[in-house]
Design a protein around this ligand. Sequence first.
Ligand SMILES: [Zn+2]
Length: 83
Amino acid sequence: MSGITAPAGFILKDAPVTIICPRCQAPVQSVIGRRNGAKAMKAALITSIVFFPLAWVPLCTKSCQDEVHICPQCCHELGRIPA
Ligand SMILES: [Zn+2]
């Protein structure tokens, strides 16, 4: 996966990066988490139309979730890599 530029100008990839958090101003190593983004919501909507009981599946599927870099000190979202 190619990197994406965070608002602070850092290049985010699918590995933790050392970054200065724009909120707490501390140099931190980002923690990578997963959150549901636009792709997961679209997939859930389509699944709910096709077969409603399984509409939750895309929301729990890693390939549908955005990768987010999070500050470990203040939990601020540093950047997001769309799925
Ligand atoms: Zn922070």
